[in-house]
Design a protein around this ligand. Structure first.
Ligand code: HEM
Length: 365
């Protein structure tokens, strides 16, 4: 593939190779995330808390916010996730072991991340709305078709109102959740203001939900096409973490991430002007044949070279350990209980550029 392709002449430069993608992501001074804020500040969308979130910040502000949320998140995440994820996954696996045909997107692939993220953030009683909120809000961009806009505006308002109620409740009485932690957290010796609180919760919710759904569905589809691999995982459950890692490389939930050039620069000898929007093609980098031998082959035994499924550098996914744990646990519960996995109806796809995956996929176990 061409290392750099101009997609939208004069607007978007797409970067396809692993080394070039990594050098873009590790150089926030030249390839800025903050420069993308305008894309989420669509006049028709009103105020969008994602605009103020850490995904769209550069250092030094990003560094301060990230270290705060790193702390609150890592302390809480893994010890809490394991038992809850296992309970949800086991309940599904037991149903599946008795023979089950379901749309997996309406079942495990949504319920598992919804329960986990809801529980961590402290949102557990609105699970049925989570999918709509996350799928619509993530679709916001300068090119959002007119017809989709009202649903995005409604989701931002509903999630916003819901989160405000959560914070109001925790102000009265703290609980064991991230909303309570954030109320007590400090940056530069002061408490977070309401806008900062909201942007944290928005970004964790939006970044952490649909991405995990897609990883679960993609991994299940990979197994459905490879019965011999399902048998291998049943024989050797210690291979499951490598299976998850290879699924992330082979079919990542986030296909593209964007940056804006802060000055005239070049990538792979191709000049880019200041202001150029750079699309780092993570899915393409993960199949770069100069890094991965037989890159288009799904191989749980390949050399363990990291992929860019979770990005690289300062914005490396905060939720990577969480997403990995949820998926590993799902397969640890499912694999010993099911004899086969069949896709019984062609899946339907979303039209996302960044978060790309199927929205409906019937499977029989
Ligand atoms: C950032 C992928 C799950 C929270 C990112 C980035 C990628 C990514 C590629 C980097 C974006 C960039 O550089 O512009 C994924 C995938 C997931 C997943 C593939 C699941 C399979 C999660 C979960 C959470 C989460 C479960 C939290 C609950 C975040 C946050 C950031 C981020 C907060 C921004 C970090 C920063 O800007 O410093 N994710 N993610 N993600 N992810 Fe994830």
């Amino acid at each position: 593939a061409a290392p750099v392709s101009v997609i939208d002449p004069g607007e978007i430069w797409a970067i396809s190779r692993y080394d070039d993608v990594v050098s873009v992501l590790k150089n926030p001074a030249v390839f800025s995330s903050q420069g993308l804020r305008a894309a989420t500040e669509q006049p028709w969308a009103g105020y969008n808390p994602l605009t103020d979130s850490l995904v769209l910040l550069d250092p030094p502000r990003h560094t301060a916010i990230r270290s705060l949320v790193n702390h609150a998140f890592t302390l809480r995440v893994l010890p809490r996730v394991e038992p809850l994820a296992r309970k949800v996954a086991r309940a599904f696996a037991e149903r599946a072991s008795r023979g089950l045909e379901v749309d997996i997107c309406d079942d495990l692939a949504t319920t598992l991340p919804a329960q986990v993220i809801g529980n961590l953030l402290g949102l557990d009683d609105a699970c049925d709305k989570f999918r709509t909120w996350s799928e619509t809000i993530v679709a916001i961009s300068p090119g959002t078709p007119e017809a989709l806009r009202p649903s995005i505006v409604a989701s931002i308002a509903e999630l916003g109102q819901y989160l405000e109620e959560v914070f109001e409740d925790r102000r009265r009485a703290r609980r064991d959740d991230l909303a309570s932690d954030l109320l007590d957290a400090e940056i530069d010796g002061r408490r977070l203001d309401q806008a900062e609180l909201m942007s944290f919760m928005f970004v964790l919710f939006v970044a952490g939900f649909e991405t995990t759904t897609h990883l679960l569905v993609n991994s299940l589809r990979i197994l459905a096409e490879r019965p011999e691999l399902l048998a291998r995982l049943r024989e050797a459950p210690s291979v499951i973490p490598h299976f998850v890692e290879e699924a992330l490389r082979f079919d990542p939930s986030v296909h593209v991430t964007l940056r804006v050039a802060t000055r005239d620069t070049e990538i792979a000898g191709v000049p880019l002007p200041a202001g150029a929007v750079v699309a780092a093609l993570l899915a393409s980098a993960n199949r770069d044949e100069t890094r991965y031998e037989h890159a288009d082959r799904f191989d749980v035994d390949r050399d363990r070279k990291p992929s860019v499924a979770f990005g690289h550098g300062i914005h490396f996914c905060l939720g990577a350990p969480l997403a990995r744990a949820e998926t590993r646990i799902a397969f640890e519960e499912l694999v010993p209980r099911v004899g086969a996995i069949h896709v019984t109806q062609e899946p339907t796809w979303n039209c996302g550029l960044t978060v790309r995956g199927v929205t409906s996929c019937r499977m029989r176990f």
